[in-house]
Structure formats: C-alpha cells, structure tokens
Ligand binder design. Sequence first.
Ligand SMILES: Nc1ncnc2c1ncn2[C@@H]1O[C@H](COP(=O)(O)OP(=O)(O)OP(=O)(O)O)[C@@H](O)[C@H]1O
Ligand SMILES: [Mg+2]
Length: 349
Amino acid sequence: MSARKPAIEAIDIGKDYGTFTALSDVSMKIMPGEFLTLLGPSGSGKTTFLMMLAGFEAVTRGFLKINGFDKTHADAESRGFGMMFQGYALFPHMTVEQNIAFPLKVQKRPKSEIRDRVTDMIDLVGLSGHGHKRPSGLSGGQQQRVALARALAYEPPVLLLDEPFSALDKNLRGQMQDELRRIHAKMGTTFVFVTHDQSEALALSSRVAIFDQGKLQQLADPTTVYERPSTRFVAEFLGDINVLPAIFDGPVSKVGDFSVTLPEAPAASARHIAVRPEKLALQPESSQIGLPCVITDRIYMGAQSRLQLSSVADGSPLVIDIKTADLSSAAEPGHQIRVGWAAKDSLIF
Ligand SMILES: Nc1ncnc2c1ncn2[C@@H]1O[C@H](COP(=O)(O)OP(=O)(O)OP(=O)(O)O)[C@@H](O)[C@H]1O
Ligand SMILES: [Mg+2]
C-alpha cells in the first residue's frame, strides 16, 4: 500500500439547501496527480460537490481533508486550488490578458514572468490576437477558453474544472481535451473535472465518479464503469445498452427460449440481462443458436451501421452495431436473424 496521503478526502459529505438535500453520503479519496471526473445528469450534484471542495459552498454534513488536514470549514484561499466555474465568471472590466494575468498578480510573480506566461496561455487556448479584448467582445466558446487559460496559468497543484468545454464545438473540444491530457501528464496536477459528456469522461480520466440524485453511484476506472457498471443507472448513463427481461435459474438464465450462461451468480433481485450494442454479434444464417430477432430498421452511421431489432419472444427492442463493411445485404428490415454474445458480456440487473 502506498503511504501517500490523498490530495482530497471527502468523508460522508452532505449538502442541504433549506429542506432540499442536494448531496448525501459522498465519500471518496482523490490521490495526488489523479484525473478524476465527476459525471452525472443535470442536477445530480456535481457543481455542488465541486464548490464544497473549493470552499465556496458550506458543507452541511461530513468532513473534508486536504493533504490529510481537516479543511471542512476552511476558507477557499487557504486550500490553494485553481478553479474554473461553470459560466466562466470572467472579470468583465478586464481584457483577456488582464484576466489571465490576475491570479499571477495576486501571487506577486515577476512582471516579465507574468507577461511570458500570459502569452503562452493565450497561444495554448488558440486566442492569439484577442488579448486586448474585453470578454463582452468574445464568443461564448472564446470566453470559456479565457477562463480555462486563467485557471491553468498559475499551475496550482489541484485544479477544479466545471464543464470547461461545454461551449466548444467538437473539433475545438477535442483539441482542448488533448491539451488538458498533455498538461496533466507534464505537470502532475490533480484534476477534478466535471462533465456530463460520457465519452469525454471515459477518454480523459484516470477514474470516473458517477452521480445521480445527489448520491455517488460508482467510482472506478473508465473500463470498469463502462464494462462492469454497478447499477442499471450507471450502465444506461454511460452509453447505449440492451436491457432484456430474463428468467434466472442457477448459472443459466433464459431470455425467451435462448439460454444465456451467466458470468457470475445473480442477486436474488435480478430481473434483466443487459448487453452493450457492440458486444452483440449476428449469428450465421444457418445457426440455431442465439436470440431470434426481427430487423426493424437499418441505420447507416459511416464506418458503423446500427440495426434496430425486436426480439421474437417478447418484442423487446434491441440495437446492434456492426461494421458497415461486414453487413450483408440480407440484413434488411423484415428479415429474421439471431444474435449472440459472450457470457462475460452479460450484465445482470
Ligand atoms: N443555491 C442553491 N439553492 C437551492 N438549490 C440549489 C442551489 N444550488 C444547487 N441547487 C440544487 O441542487 C441540485 C444539484 O445542483 P448542481 O448545480 O450541483 O447540479 P449539477 O450536477 O452541477 O447539474 P448541471 O449538470 O446542470 O450543472 C439541483 O437540484 C439544484 O437545483
Ligand atoms: Mg453543474
């Protein structure tokens, strides 16, 4: 076991706004240098949790430790975290350059260092030539990049970022994600990053914390949360998934007449088998094995195509993703086919 202390430790944290409970019983350890992402639907408590880590919202219940010290009620400055808020909060009366220089000035860095650093950060976020403008003269995505540059400028040991790319188009978002990955690898900064974009969370993070309705649902590495989600909510939130009613009987269960070997013993409450669309395979036409389905639609998506299916046994809808090049012309609406999947790919809920 590593003797390193967590950069941040939350112990049974809760937050009430009046009579409304926004967060309950959130515990987690964030290790130095981690890239931890908070993921969840709108209103699930991500910003609330981040604001409590930052010291901008009071903690109602529980404890918060920073580098091993109790900081539950410490003020924001004493935590030394960099923060980028949802909604940017740029200083409207300052230019782009002055906004980015602000945290460096507060830290009384030498003038020449501040100038160089501001130029570097403006380059980094692709805003060369905009340094003299006020925020009101920038687009939403440009303002967001200024806020990101300001948060990154003084290289804090911990950076809290609340949806830093939400206003950016797909290409720019991809570029900024690459930058953030590079900065993380180079500087060893601890990132706590909020998004409601599943693929962004999986692509960037060392671990993902999934929130729903103010509760932490699962905290694990990207592969685990995607491949072995602990609840049906997590499975459905992280991507498309086929959820099929099943009858459980020992190590084998039945979806309609199709017997499915299970990867683990089901809980007594188990009612469904779930499989991701890319884990399903079309069985050869002559095969008698697999779940019989009728194709209801075929959707071209470029390299991949998606078949929408209806289970013959009970009409359950399914989707299956297949490389377009592998799809036979017989895979047309109205045709009956069979689909199968590996035992390890069954999730039980
Ligand atoms: N100041 C406040 N007063 C009362 N309720 C609040 C306050 N701030 C947040 N809430 C409520 O707490 C819950 C969690 O809000 P929060 O902003 O943490 O969600 P979020 O996960 O960040 O959502 P989003 O993805 O939309 O940003 C919501 O139901 C919200 O309405
Ligand atoms: Mg939020």
